[in-house]
Design a binder for this molecule. Structure first.
Ligand SMILES: Cc1ncc(COP(=O)(O)O)c(C=O)c1O
Length: 395
């Protein structure tokens, strides 16, 4: 008998992920199906990626047409999809320029380099300190990992990029103590994702903005997980009335294909010159066509309004479950964390048997990130099933 896919994966793929014990073969809207024909309501959306769900016809057509017309050229040549996507991103945000990358972590790496060069060119060589916050997650590459205050992730790989200071999240007084004349850039997730679905407070964000302005430091928003309509606004920062100097975007932007983007103002952009940074694949025609489709759709006011409405519905239904061991339900739009006083792994596992995909954010937070096109009926179905799971697991 031939090896199963999990066996083959274990044999040939480096084992850096804990995987669910089934093989997904197909997806349609907010539903995925495994190799046994069992369907699951997908409330993970590939960790905040599949905003338009699976197999969206417009996205599939755009990608197929572009691949058939021109698949890859590299950045030594112009291509229309890249220029058009950059224009769209700038029109729809604070930004004047875009640098394209291939993942979230790469977009963070680019922001680190741009900040370092901006500080050096503007103020001289001493201003290199980077500030990030407890609970934040910025990625697994060397620089992004240095900004991710998680001992377990960092310890095996030290020494990391030097010059990073951490402060407690949402603590304006602590921010005053760490942001100073040597600070080059401050990285903030407006809604922390991996850290447990924690929105920033407006007061904290305003303080950090003021401190960055006072000391000539750049404020970088990491909207890799919370951007692209996930919170009911196109960008999560719109909830808080504070704008960044740079912003990283990835995940949902590609609609399932890999992309990262670092958005910046002209003030920062003007320090970067030809040859300072680059990537072979980044900003290719296919991914940029895909991203245009996603961005055009999720930025429509009606689309964003329905994300907000469905987020409210999901929260209401979650409250109505009167779940045992519940600590808090929090989040914005369709980025919702349900914190319990127990580990949520058994709930996620039971979800597999019941046909729902969920993920966690830390051991005790159930993280709900359905595709933004999830229907009200699917939200009702999901919460009914979750009620059953809670009862079976904890009563
Ligand atoms: C806020 C945030 N930043 C950065 C990253 C890293 O993105 P990627 O996995 O595409 O490298 C993630 C991924 O989960 C994230 O949630």
């Amino acid at each position: 008998m031939s090896e199963s896919i999990p066996e083959k994966t274990a044999r040939y793929v480096l084992n850096t992920y804990a995987r669910a014990p089934f093989v997904l073969v197909r997806g349609q809207g907010a539903v995925v199906t495994d190799s046994d024909g069992k369907s699951y309501l997908d409330f993970a959306a590939g960790i905040s990626v599949n905003a338009l769900g699976h197999a969206d016809p417009e996205l599939v057509a755009a990608v197929s047409e572009q691949m058939a017309q021109l698949g890859h050229v590299c950045n030594l040549f112009y291509s229309a999809p890249q220029a058009e996507l950059a224009e769209l991103l700038c029109t729809l945000s604070f930004a004047d320029k875009v640098y394209f990358a291939n993942s979230g972590a790469e977009a963070i790496e680019a922001a680190i380099k741009f900040a370092r060069k901006y500080a050096r060119e503007t103020f001289g060589p001493g201003k290199t300190e980077l500030v990030a916050f407890s609970g934040a997650f910025h990625g697994r590459t060397a620089g992004a990992l240095a900004l991710t205050a998680r001992e377990k992730y960092q310890a095996p790989f030290r020494p990391l990029l030097p010059g990073v200071t951490f402060a407690p999240f949402n603590d304006p007084v602590a921010a005053e103590k760490v942001i100073g004349p040597e600070t080059c850039a401050v990285f903030v997730e407006p809604v922390q994702g991996e850290g447990g679905i924690h929105p920033v407070t407006p007061e904290f964000l305003r303080t950090v903005r003021e401190l960055c302005d006072r000391y000539g430091a750049l404020l970088v928003f990491d909207e890799i997980q919370c951007g692209m309509g996930r919170t009911g606004r196109l960008w999560a920062y719109e909830h808080f009335g504070v704008q960044p100097d740079m912003m990283t975007v990835a995940k949902a932007l590609g609609g399932g294909l890999p992309i990262g983007a670092t958005l910046l103002t002209d003030r920062v952009a003007q320090v970067m010159a030809v040859g300072d940074h680059g990537s072979t694949f980044a900003g290719g025609p296919v991914i940029c066509r895909a991203a245009q489709v996603v961005l055009q759709r999720v930025s429509q006011p009606e689309f964003l309004a329905q994300v907000t409405a469905k987020g409210e519905l999901l929260k209401d239904r979650l409250y109505e479950l009167n779940a045992p061991h519940l600590v808090e339900i929090r989040g914005l739009g369709l980025m919702i964390g349900v914190e319990f006083d127990q580990d949520v792994a058994p709930l996620i596992q039971a979800g597999h048997a019941h046909g729902v995909l969920m993920i966690n954010a830390g051991p005790r937070v159930l993280r709900l990130l359905p595709p933004l096109i999830v229907t009200e009926a699917q939200i009702e179905q999901f919460t009914t099933v979750l009620g059953r799971i809670l009862q079976e697991t904890w009563s």
